[in-house]
Design a protein around this ligand. Structure first.
Ligand code: ADP
Ligand code: MG
Length: 698
C-alpha cells in the first residue's frame, strides 16, 4: 500500500494541561454516569465524551402546546389537559398489567392505557386536572393515548416550543439519560475546536463546529437544526472525499491471483435451470476479464432487487475456485449468510466445490474447527458475516472477496483479510440503486457494472396504496393467495426500545392475525431482537413453505429470497423511505407468478399518498432513487432516519447530494497533506479520516 496519512505528533501532552472535560475524557466524568450506566453506554459504542457528542439524535420531538381533545391528531404525539371521567381500572387478563382510564375536557373524551405501571392507578385522583402527553391512536371509533407521560404545568411549559432529541437507545438506557448526559457534556467540554478553514465555512455558510454540535442536539428552531446538520454532513463528506481522492490517485495494483483463461464460467451457467439475461452475461464477462487481467479487481455490481446478482457472484466463484484459489463471501446478516450458504452448497455440489459457513451464533468449538479447516485449505468457499471473516481468519490463497448488499469495503478490512496473503480481488454487490451522478462521486474509485435487466419470466409487481379501511379486504386477498399455494409477508415498523414505543409490535400483530385466521393459516413472526438461531429457524420454515404469512420488521429487507411469496403488505408504509420500501418490495415478484404489494397507510396525508404513489407507479429502483432524491431534497428534514447500516453518522447520500458535490469540488482545491493538517490538531477527525481511508471502496 503506497498511500499513507502523513503522521502527526499526537497531542497527548495536551491532556494534562487542563483538567477540563475533553473529547477524550471518559464518560465516567459525566455527572450521573456511574459504573452501571457506563457499561450500558459502551453497548452503544460510547466510551468517551467525544463519542457521546457524536451520538446524534435519530429524530426530534417537537414539543407542542396543549390542544383540546377535539383537535388531537391520530398517530401524532399530542398533549391534552384533562380530568378523570371514570376511576381507573386494572385489566389483568392480558399479558401486561394495563391501567385503563377515561379522561375528558370541554371538547370530548379520550381513553388512556398505561402498560406495566400499576402504581399509576393509585396516583390518579378524580377532580384533579392532568396534562397528558403521548401518541394518539384510534380504535373502533374511540380515541386513545397509550403510555402518556403525566406533566405538572411547570414542567410542561418549560419544554413547549423546544425540539427534544430522540436518541438511538439500547436496553438499560433511557432517552432522558442520554439527554441529561449530553447537556452536561455540552456544558463542560470546551474542546470543540474549529478545524475547517474559514474560507470554506464562508463559502457554504457553515456554522462553526461547536455551534453545530449544540444545534444538532438541542436545536432552538428548524433553521438551527438544518444549519447544524449541514455543517456536520459537510465535515463527513469532505473527509470522505479527501480519502477517496487520495486513494484514486494511486496506481492500479498488480495481482498475484490471475485466473486461468481456460476455465469457462459460462460452462457452469449451463447447469442452471434458466437462461442468463443479457445483463447477467455482460456483467459476468466484465468480472471474468478482471479476474484474468493480472490487476486487482475492484468492482461494484449494482443491480436492482431481483435482477439476479447471486448467479453473477457464483460465476466469479466458479472461475476463481477452478483456477485453484479460495473465495470469501461476506454478508451483513446471519439470516442472509445461511441462505447464501444453502444456495451455494446446493449449486456447487455437483461441481466439486466445497462451501462452509462461519457465523457468530455457531459454538466456539465449531467456529474454531472451521477456522482451522480454512487455514488448511479444506474449503473452497466460506460464507459468513463481515465481522467474523474479517476478524482473525487465515485463508491461504484467498483470491476473491465478495460482499453482498453492502457497497463499502475498505483498505483496512482488506488489509486484515490479506495480512497473511496478498490483496484479493474485491467484488461488491449492492441492490441500493444510486443515481448515476452520485455513484460517480461516491464510488469514483471503483469500476461499476450495472445489471440493468431482470429475468424475463417476471411479471411486474402490481401495487396499491390504501388506507386502513381496506385492511379486511387485504386480509381476504392474502388468504386467497395463500389458498392458491403462495406465501405472504406483512411488514411492521421496527421493534424498538424507545420510551414511547407507540408502534404495534410484530408479536402482537402476529397474535392478532392468528385470531383472525384461526388455524386456517400458519402465521409466524421475525424481528431483529430474536436470537440468530430463532431467526434462522423461522426463515428456514418460511423458505420450505411451512409458514404461510410471515409478519416481520425490516429485517427481511436485505436479500432474502423466497420466490413462492407473492404478496407483501407494508403497514404504516408512509413511515419508510422510498428506497427502503423498494428494497422491501423486492422480496416478492421473484418467481414466475403474479405478485402484489399493498402499501397500507397508517396516516393519510396528501403528501404521504403522493410519495407512495411514486413507488406504486414504478418498479424501477433507479427511477425511485432519483425521485426520492428530488423529494427528500425539498424537506421532510425531521423524517425518521432510516435504520440499518449507515455509512455516515449524519450525512445521507440522497439528501445531501449537493453537499457531496461541493465537498468533491473543495477537496480538489487542497492537497491531501494540507487537508490532513486541517485536522491534525483534532484527533477525532484524524481518526475519522483514517476510518474513511479504511472504509472507502478500494
Ligand atoms: P438479487 O439481485 O436481488 O440478489 P437473486 O440473485 O437473489 O437477486 O435472484 C432472484 C431470483 O431470480 C432467484 O430465485 C434466482 O434463482 C432467479 N434468477 C436469477 N437469474 C435468473 C434468470 N436469468 N432467469 C430466471 N430466474 C433467474
Ligand atoms: Mg441478493
Amino acid at each position: 500500500m503506497n498511500w499513507k496519512i502523513p503522521s502527526v505528533e499526537r497531542a497527548d501532552s495536551d491532556q494534562q494541561e487542563s483538567a477540563n472535560m475533553r473529547l477524550e475524557s471518559s464518560i465516567r466524568d459525566i455527572k450521573g454516569i456511574g459504573e452501571k450506566a457506563e457499561k450500558n453506554f459502551h453497548k452503544l459504542n460510547i466510551y468517551t465524551v467525544g463519542d457521546l457528542l457524536e451520538h446524534y439524535p435519530r429524530d426530534y420531538d417537537e414539543f407542542k402546546d396543549i390542544v383540546p381533545i377535539s383537535s388531537v391528531k391520530i398517530n401524532q404525539i399530542c398533549a391534552v389537559e384533562v380530568l378523570l371521567k371514570t376511576r381507573p381500572v386494572m385489566n389483568m387478563k392480558s399479558r401486561f398489567k394495563v391501567v385503563l382510564a377515561d379522561f375528558y375536557d370541554r371538547t370530548g373524551t379520550i381513553s388512556v392505557a398505561w402498560f406495566n405501571m400499576p402504581f399509576v392507578a393509585k396516583q390518579l385522583k378524580m377532580g384533579t386536572s392532568y396534562i397528558l402527553r403521548g401518541m394518539v391512536s384510534e380504535k373502533k371509533g374511540k380515541l386513545y393515548i397509550s403510555q402518556p407521560k403525566i406533566y405538572s404545568k411547570n414542567e410542561f411549559y418549560k419544554n413547549v416550543g423546544k425540539f427534544l432529541p430522540i436518541y438511538p437507545l439500547t436496553m438499560g438506557i433511557t432517552n432522558n439519560q442520554v439527554k441529561k448526559a449530553m447537556e452536561f457534556a455540552l456544558g463542560e467540554c470546551d474542546d470543540l475546536k474549529e478545524f475547517l478553514p474559514s474560507e470554506i465555512r464562508k463559502r457554504y455558510n457553515l456554522p462553526i463546529y461547536s455551534k453545530a454540535i449544540k444545534g444538532i442536539h438541542f436545536p432552538m428552531s428548524v433553521t438551527e437544526y438544518r444549519e447544524a446538520r449541514k455543517r456536520l454532513a459537510f465535515d463527513e463528506l469532505f473527509l470522505y472525499q479527501a480519502a477517496l481522492y487520495a486513494i484514486r490517485n494511486q496506481r492500479a495494483n498488480k495481482s498475484e491471483y490471475v485466473a486461468n483463461q481456460d476455465i469457462d464460467a459460462l460452462e457452469f451457467s449451463k447447469t442452471l435451470p434458466y437462461e442468463l439475461t443479457g445483463a447477467q452475461k455482460q456483467v459476468s464477462s466484465e468480472i471474468i476479464s478482471d479476474l484474468e487481467s493480472g490487476y486487482v479487481m475492484n468492482r461494484l455490481v449494482q443491480g436492482d432487487v431481483g435482477s439476479g446478482k447471486t448467479v453473477i457472484a457464483e460465476m466469479a466463484i466458479y472461475k476463481t475456485v477452478k483456477s485453484g484459489y479460495k473465495v470469501a463471501f461476506m454478508v451483513p446478516t446471519e439470516v442472509l449468510a445461511h441462505q447464501h450458504y444453502q444456495e451455494l452448497s446446493r449449486v456447487f455440489e455437483s461441481h466439486g466445490i466445497s462451501v462452509c459457513l462461519l457465523v457468530g451464533s455457531q459454538t466456539a468449538k465449531v467456529k474454531r474447527e472451521i477456522k482451522e479447516q480454512l487455514a488448511f485449505g479444506i474449503y473452497d468457499v466460506v460464507v459468513g458475516t463481515h465481522a467474523l471473516i474479517q476478524d482473525d481468519v487465515d485463508i491461504p490463497d484467498l483470491a476473491l472477496v465478495i460482499t453482498d448488499e453492502q457497497h463499502r469495503f475498505g483498505v483496512r478490512q482488506r488489509e486484515k483479510l490479506s495480512e497473511k496473503g496478498s490483496m484479493p480481488h474485491i467484488l461488491a454487490m449492492s441492490a441500493t440503486p444510486i443515481p448515476r451522478t452520485l455513484a460517480l462521486v461516491l464510488y469514483g474509485d471503483m469500476d461499476i457494472s450495472i445489471v440493468g435487466e431482470r429475468p424475463s419470466n417476471r411479471l411486474p409487481i402490481k401495487n396499491c396504496v390504501v388506507g386502513r379501511e381496506y385492511r379486511p379486504t387485504a386480509y381476504k386477498f392474502i388468504y386467497d393467495e395463500v389458498k392458491a399455494g403462495h406465501q405472504a409477508y406483512i411488514i411492521c415498523p421496527m421493534v424498538e426500545e424507545s420510551e414511547d414505543s407507540e408502534l404495534e409490535s410484530v408479536v402482537e400483530y402476529c397474535d392478532m392475525l392468528s385470531e383472525i385466521y384461526g388455524d386456517r393459516l400458519r402465521v409466524d413472526y421475525l424481528h431483529g431482537k430474536m436470537k440468530p438461531v430463532e431467526k434462522e429457524d423461522v426463515m428456514t420454515r418460511f423458505g420450505q413453505g411451512d409458514i404461510d404469512i410471515l409478519v416481520s420488521t425490516t429485517v427481511v429487507e436485505v436479500g432474502i429470497d423466497v420466490p413462492n411469496s407473492t404478496v407483501m403488505m407494508i403497514e404504516n408504509s408512509e413511515r419508510f423511505g422510498l428506497a427502503q420500501l423498494h428494497q422491501l418490495r423486492g422480496r416478492v415478484g421473484r418467481g414466475g407468478s403474479q405478485s402484489y404489494c399493498i402499501f397500507m397507510m397508517g396516516n393519510t396525508s396528501k403528501e404521504g399518498r403522493e410519495r407512495l404513489n411514486i413507488i406504486a407507479n414504478s418498479n424501477d429502483g433507479f427511477v425511485i432513487a432519483e425521485k426520492d432524491l428530488e423529494l427528500r431534497g425539498q424537506g421532510d428534514f425531521f423524517g425518521v432516519m432510516q435504520s440499518g447500516e449507515r455509512p455516515f453518522l449524519i450525512a445521507d447520500i440522497f439528501e445531501d447530494s449537493d453537499i457531496i458535490r461541493y465537498a468533491a469540488e473543495e477537496v480538489k482545491n487542497y492537497d491531501f497533506e494540507s487537508i490532513c493538517s486541517f485536522y491534525e490538531k483534532n484527533r477525532r477527525f484524524r481518526e475519522r479520516l483514517e476510518y474513511y481511508m479504511g472504509n472507502v471502496s478500494l
